[in-house]
Design a protein around this ligand. Structure first.
Ligand code: OXD
Ligand code: MN
Length: 639
């Protein structure tokens, strides 16, 4: 263990406390691990401020090494936070407190001077669904009520991390302060973390996003599950875009605690992107090569748990096609000097939903995730492996299963063995089809953008936007069945514009304006809407999905190439007759049902979108988007 720079941290004085606005006592603290010498003065000042506020026992500056991982794994094993999975190489299972299993959208806030900077303020007195605003004063109170002394007796870890390849002009640096070794190990998978980032900070502009996280301590002082400390009753996730600052308390789970992901790469990221003229989106990125050897890149926005990872790692059934994965969740896209929209995946790993992943649905993921991975809330098997709903049942032969709650499980129990939002956290570099350009600091050129969701009725397999404005409208009008990734229950169809509803960092009306402005900045890609989830009147899926989605990508590819394989419809451009390649498809596809546009459905859809815009966006809705709605309404009336 390194023991450099002991007692290097000194108390930060008034300016360091400006943002948190708290009077705190001065403390000296020893750095027990890592090299405090390479912290820049600004990082040191931030760490000092957090030390004063949270009063940890010791400080550990993460270097990102394997030795450090071994040390932290040892600590977590001792505490029971993780158990080893000896069936695989260097894999671990964490079981969380059952009250800490998903993102907490209702407890996630953005703080700006005025409410309108964060969310549309409309005349309708409906609860806003496009984010939560908090006034600065309330944010200070929320911090004061939770953070002082919250790390007493614990180690404070300082994680320097880069979203995007270290040093890429498209990347951003963050410093996450946390009291959770699980968060450290997960951040080391999901981001580029450790000394190379600190070294880069010294040589670059020194800018970083401040990310403070504590699992917290309940008011009673008693942890219901000491192996997974948290404070579910007081969990809160706060963002201050003006200060590039994130503060998260009470949850150790996923997007609530791995602050590089949703908090930095999307919420703060979208505000930086707006300021700097680019896009931070909830999108996978894939490269697809056609039988002629031509390759394009596609970005696709689907709400959480709607198959982004499956599409990003698809094995095409259509002969001659190859798909390669750049990223499965987030895309940062910026026009280059030539006006080409280029994207990077700011992440370094996959934090994928485990249930439903199998050799049949995503063999590439199955070849990726069984080394150097942390599983959370999946079930375990007595031979040292994992299990979840949807995985091949032969995993269960001759073994007993322990469910995500740590109880012996049987198929007859009728209860899921794995939590529906259980996850694998795995290095992207292990993906056998990772794209050769996935770490290219310039990013990959994007030729098409897909929007989609789970739509059991009315919405066809694929359609194309007439132009950029129409495409922006399609993104704004996106709806999808709720999933387990957040706290919502039941199969309601929720509006989820751009799949960003939980992740907007600023007013959605301004976001739409920003998207519209892209047309003036460079060559905009074509936009499409896809729906793999349409069901027949008997409730059966009309489309086989998974690898067969390559047939849809083939049509999109040909449209990007300019082939006239479409016909107009009231909602956009549909594949013209026989242009969707169904060659050698084993199942019979009812194309009529798959592409049918029922007038009554679309009338209801238009009404729902109109109501949503009126109630949720109000006067913030850009005229161009309102105009697209008006045109759709007129076309649907004429159907
Ligand atoms: C995720 C999510 O974890 O969208 O990616 O919830
Ligand atoms: Mn996501």
């Amino acid at each position: 263990m390194l023991l450099k720079g002991a007692q290097l941290l000194r108390c930060g004085l008034a300016p360091a406390h400006r943002n948190l606005n708290l009077r705190l006592t001065c403390r000296f603290l020893s750095v027990q691990y890592g090299d405090a010498q390479i912290l820049t003065p600004a990082v040191k000042q931030y760490v000092e401020k957090c030390v004063d506020l949270c009063q940890p026992e010791r400080v550990h500056i993460c270097d990102g090494t394997e030795g450090e991982s071994k040390l932290l794994q040892g600590i977590m094993l001792k505490k029971g936070t993780i158990i080893p999975l000896p069936k695989y190489q260097n894999c671990w299972l964490a079981r969380t407190n059952p009250a800490d299993v998903a993102r907490v959208e209702g407890k996630t806030f953005i703080s700006t001077d005025s409410k309108e900077q964060t969310v549309p303020v409309t005349e309708k007195a409906t609860p806003g669904m496009l984010g939560n605003w908090m006034a600065e004063g309330d944010l200070q109170v929320a911090i004061k009520e939770r953070f002082p002394g919250c790390m007493k007796g614990r180690t404070m870890y300082v994680i320097p991390f880069s979203m995007g390849p270290v040093g890429s002009p498209l990347s951003k640096i963050g410093i996450e302060i946390t009291d959770s070794p699980y968060v450290v190990e997960s951040m080391k998978i999901m981001t580029r973390a450790g000394n190379p980032v600190l070294k880069y900070l010294q040589s670059g502009d020194g800018q970083f996003v401040k990310c403070l996280h504590s699992v917290g301590t309940p008011k009673s002082g008693v942890q219901a599950m000491p192996s997974w400390p948290c404070d579910p009753e007081r969990t809160i996730v706060l963002h201050k875009p003006a200060e590039n600052e994130i503060v998260s308390y009470g949850s150790g789970y996923g997007g609530n605690s791995l602050l590089g992901k949703k908090c930095l790469a999307l919420r703060i990221g979208s505000t930086i992107a707006k300021r700097e003229g680019w896009l931070a989106e909830h999108m996978l990125i894939l490269g697809i090569t056609n039988p002629q050897g031509k390759k394009i890149y596609i970005a696709a926005a689907f709400p959480s748990a709607c198959g982004k990872t499956n599409l990003a790692m698809m094995t095409p059934t259509l002969p001659g096609y190859k798909v390669e994965c750049v990223g499965d969740d987030i895309a940062w896209m910026k026009f280059d000097k030539k006006g080409v929209l280029r994207a990077i995946n700011p992440e370094n790993g996959f934090f994928g939903v485990a249930p439903g992943t199998s050799r049949a649905t995503n063999p590439i993921a199955m070849d990726t995730i069984f080394q150097n991975s942390v599983f959370t809330n999946v079930a375990s098997t007595s031979d040292g492996g994992v299990y979840w709903e949807g995985m091949e049942k032969d995993q269960l032969k001759g073994v007993t299963v322990t469910d995500w709650l740590g109880k012996l499980w049987s198929q007859e129990s009728g209860k899921p063995a794995a939590h529906p939002n259980s996850r694998f956290c795995t290095p992207a570099s292990q993906c056998p089809i990772i794209d050769p350009a996935w770490e290219d600091s310039e990013g990959v050129p994007i030729s098409a953008i897909l929007f989609g969701g789970r739509r059991p009725s009315g919405v066809p397999l694929v359609y194309e936007a007439r132009d950029w404005k129409h495409g922006v409208f399609i993104g704004a009008a996106m709806r999808s069945e709720a999933t387990a990734a957040a706290e919502f229950k039941g199969k309601v169809i929720m509006h989820d514009p751009f799949a960003m509803r939980p992740f907007f960092g600023y007013n959605f009306g301004d976001y739409l304006g920003h998207w519209l402005s892209m047309e003036q900045r460079g060559q905009v890609p074509k936009i499409f809407h896809v729906n793999w989830f349409r069901k027949s009147s008997e409730g059966k899926f009309l489309w086989p999905g998974f690898g067969e989605n390559s047939r849809v990508l083939d049509w999109i590819f040909r449209r990007v190439e300019g082939e006239q394989c479409f016909e107009d419809s009231p909602i956009g451009r549909l594949p013209s007759k026989e242009s969707l390649n169904l060659e050698s498809l084993k199942e019979n596809i009812d194309l009529d049902q798959l592409f049918e546009l029922p007038k009554d459905f679309w009338q209801q859809e238009v009404d729902a979108i109109e109501r949503y815009f009126e109630e949720q966006v109000g006067h913030h809705l850009p005229g161009a988007v309102a105009e697209e709605l008006r045109k759709l309404k007129a076309r649907v009336a004429d159907m």
